[in-house]
Design a protein around this ligand. Structure first.
Ligand code: HEM
Length: 469
């Protein structure tokens, strides 16, 4: 697969007549020693892998005292995420510590009794049956973005990651919280989270040196400021609800009513804020990253862009795409699914084993770090044809990838509850914006996939627009 002769860790991007192999780090021949791995992980979590890691299979290693197990075959993935999920439902201390200041004990990082009590409540809020109720807000927010882009001076260069994050933050605010966010508040959350990702240590060294729960994250002044910036926006939303100004179907209303019916749920104001923050962050960052990566890929694959346009013309003609059209936008869906294969916004799913277990001949120790990595699985040389190439065609037609080979939304009881919401939103926004604009990556810009908490292009994605006639 990696027939290029670059230094490991270097980002390569290749293209030829009719094919595009987008940016990715060159793998190491062999994984480095403990210190080298730790340093590489702190720089970019997806740049530590060796060539062998990109094959379907499993491996166990040790970083200082801690056992690390990477599972990259469908049967083992099914075992830890479904069959024996109870033993692996706990997120790694790195992830819990890195997110706890932002989302408290929210669903994304909770486990045990708290997770069990709250999962059905949160999952109901974004259940696919509620999509028709969300449709108008999604369509309106995508249309507003078209109007904003129409105002941009020709050839102006802007960061499309920031704009996609503002768009998806607005969509979450309107659909789930029943309130308009407005561009100033949306920008404040987006900037706050960008800074948070930069400042937070994505590797909890204490965990590797024997602290099973990791060390608390040191919150310096700048980190505290980012947290405050994000919480201010979310707390205002919750406060407005508590003062009765949200709509009847909003998340907070639904939770408040549930709590009134079943006081044993213990949904106090703190829990409400944690779940609101979780929904807000999990629900906007991932879709924004997906859309940004899709623009990058489309900008480099004009043939795919033409396929997209042809289909959209046939399905919606010159009117604006609507949520009801999403089921018929097969090309657009294939582009989004292929984008999620190449650039899964949550590229690593790290778990902490509760008890000892044996998986595919590996003895897993209690408190081991068990990593399922969509980043590796989706690029496994023996599971995918031309794994590094951008080929949306592979998702056209009725054939689906075999079970547990494609998991951008995870799998099992902890599967993303916002999967239908996120897919619909991404397809609709892509179709709506691509109807009016071609998005071009700024000349000479080198794209680098970079993972700390989520997978983003490092430094954003500078682009300019071409209007379609
Ligand atoms: C393209 C968009 C999205 C992708 C790729 C995505 C991906 C994921 C993944 C991989 C997980 C599991 C993480 C893990 O197990 O470590 C997850 C969990 C979660 N996602 Fe999404 N997500 C997306 C959109 C959304 C949306 C739109 C919402 C809400 C509106 C949402 C809410 C959540 C929540 C609350 C969890 C935690 C679930 C639990 O632990 O029980 N996500 N997401």
């Amino acid at each position: 697969m990696h027939d290029v002769t670059h230094r490991p860790g270097t980002i390569v991007e290749e293209r030829g007549e009719g094919w595009f192999r987008p940016a990715r780090p060159v793998p190491f021949q062999q994984r480095g020693g403990a210190f080298a791995s730790l340093l590489a992980m702190r720089r970019n979590l997806i740049s530590v892998f060796s060539e062998a890691d990109y094959a379907c299979g499993n491996s166990a290693t040790r970083l200082f005292g801690r056992q690390i197990v990477i599972l990259n075959d469908p049967d083992s993935i099914k075992h830890v995420m479904v069959t024996n999920n109870d033993n692996f439902e706990r997120k790694s201390p790195q992830m819990r510590r890195a997110l706890e200041h932002l989302v408290g004990d929210g669903l994304f990082i909770s486990d045990g009794e708290t997770w069990q009590r709250r999962r059905p409540l949160v999952a109901d809020i974004v259940h696919r049956n509620r999509l028709p109720h969300f449709a108008r807000s999604m369509e309106a927010a995508a249309s507003d973005m078209v109007s904003r882009w129409e105002m941009k001076p020709a050839e102006s260069v802007f960061d499309v990651l920031g704009e996609m994050a503002e768009l998806t933050a607005e969509i979450i605010a309107q659909t789930v919280f029943g309130q308009r966010l407005g561009s100033a508040a949306a920008r404040s959350v987006v900037e706050g989270f960008t800074r948070y990702q930069r400042l937070i240590d994505s590797v909890n060294i204490g965990y590797f040196f024997g602290a099973d729960e990791g060390w608390p994250v040191f919150r310096g002044l700048r980190l505290r400021r980012s947290i405050r910036q994000i919480h201010k926006v979310i707390d205002d939303i919750v406060a407005r609800h508590v003062a009765n100004s949200g709509d009847d179907n909003s998340m907070v209303e639904l939770l408040v009513r549930r709590q009134a019916r079943s006081p044993e749920l213990g949904l106090d104001l703190g829990a409400l804020c944690s779940e609101a923050a979780t929904m807000f962050m999990a629900g906007h960052e991932t879709t924004a990253a997906t859309l940004t990566w899709a623009w990058y890929l489309l900008s480099n694959a004009p043939g795919v862009g033409r396929g997209l346009q042809g289909e959209r013309g046939g399905v919606v003609g010159s009117r604006r795409p609507a949520v009801a059209d999403v089921a018929n936008l097969n090309w657009c869906r294939a582009v989004v699914e292929e984008t999620l294969r190449l650039y899964p916004p949550v590229p690593l799913l790290p778990r902490q084993a509760a008890n000892a277990d044996r998986v595919a001949g590996i003895d897993i120790e209690p408190a081991a770090l068990v990593v399922v990595a969509p980043w590796l699985l989706h690029r496994a040389t023996d599971l995918w044809d031309r794994p590094a190439d951008f080929l949306p065609e592979r998702f056209l037609g009725t054939q689906r990838p075999p079970p547990y080979t494609y998991i951008p939304f995870a799998a099992g009881p902890r599967v993303c509850p916002g999967m239908s919401f996120g897919l619909t939103e991404a397809i609709l926004c892509l179709a709506t914006l691509a109807q009016r604009f071609k998005v071009r990556v700024a000349e000479g810009h080198r794209v680098e996939p970079h993972c700390r908490l989520s997978l983003r292009p490092r430094g954003g994605l500078p682009v300019h627009l071409e209007r379609r006639g």
